[in-house]
Design a protein around this ligand. Structure first.
Ligand SMILES: O=P(O)(O)OC[C@H]1O[C@H](O)[C@H](O)[C@@H](O)[C@@H]1O
Length: 284
């Protein structure tokens, strides 16, 4: 039996929780319901967090697993990538079993700054569940329409995976899919190769989600699966990236995002949608 525990602490200005299960651990903050670190039982950090990430509770945090909701990118009238990543979620539940540790966080309109509702004036309950087990981390985003009228949204789990050197990393499992530009999903291209070399700048949205991807670096292999989300986005800005990435930092991560971006999710009153991403150590 593994020892489980949840520690509370601070990261910069932000409150944080670290989930422990034996040697495995994951750290998250209620600001954005964002996972910031996942270290599975092999002791190797799998998530990238920028050394220049804003940890003041006002700006989005560059790294970990940002929750994108209710708008992916600029595909709508609201804030870029939505308001979920810049609001503090309520911790709804923490639970520990013999082989897991779980935290659930919630966001609803009562927690939003007034301006955030202008572009998305709907009644909703969003729930993020972070589940740590010895060899995997599961993150789920569930959204319920708690109002009386239908609404639509786009969303993603914008996961930053750490790689020692992006030039020596590859992603297996996308062969046979089609991809497009996430900012303008109109023209689609075939991806004939099953092993995608990661050559930034990279910004691609792939159709389909029912597959297991393997991120392979000279020293680490991580498997990535998703459900509910029908698309996968690969992103790395290359050397001309945003200001909250130090020089050269682009070489040390790739975003592999479980997304629902080009096709919005529509929910009628009382309907719920859920999407998940699992990060896993390969079978021994
Ligand atoms: O800088 P951010 O708002 O966090 O966005 C970072 C990136 O997210 C996604 O992957 C989009 O496809 C990119 O076009 C965007 O640049």
């Amino acid at each position: 039996m593994s020892a489980t525990r949840i520690d509370t602490h601070r990261l910069g200005e932000l409150p944080a929780l670290t989930l422990h299960l034996g040697e495995a651990r994951a750290t998250l903050t209620p600001f954005g319901a964002q996972v910031l670190s996942w270290i599975p039982e092999d002791g190797q950090e799998r998530l990238y967090l920028s050394e220049s990430a804003a940890l003041g509770g006002a700006q989005p945090i560059r790294g970990g697993i940002p929750i994108v909701f209710p708008q992916f990118g600029t595909l709508g009238p609201g804030a870029r990538h939505g308001f979920a990543r810049t609001h503090t979620w309520r911790i709804d539940e923490t639970r520990q079993g013999e082989d897991y540790v779980l935290v659930t966080l919630q966001l609803d309109p009562s927690l939003l700054e007034p301006g955030a509702r202008t572009a998305f004036p709907h009644d909703f309950l969003a729930e993020v569940t972070v589940l740590l087990s010895e060899r995997r981390l599961d993150v789920e985003l569930a959204v319920r329409n708690t109002g009386t009228a239908p609404f639509a949204f786009t969303a993603a789990l914008h996961t930053y995976l750490a790689v020692p050197e992006i030039e020596r990393s590859a992603l297996q499992g996308l062969g046979g899919s089609e991809y497009t530009d996430p900012a303008d999903p109109s023209r689609w291209h075939a991806e004939p190769e099953n092993v995608t070399r990661l050559e930034p700048p990279l910004d691609r949205l792939y159709r389909g989600g029912e597959r297991v991807l393997t991120l392979a670096t000279p020293t680490l292999r991580t498997e990535i699966a998703q459900a509910g989300f029908g698309e996968t986005v690969l992103w790395n800005p290359g050397e001309h990236g945003p200001a909250d990435l130090p020089a050269g930092a682009w070489r040390h991560f790739v975003c592999i995002e479980a997304a629902q971006a080009s096709v919005p999710v529509s929910l009628r009153a009382d309907e719920e949608w859920a999407g998940r991403q699992a990060l896993m150590l390969p079978e021994r």
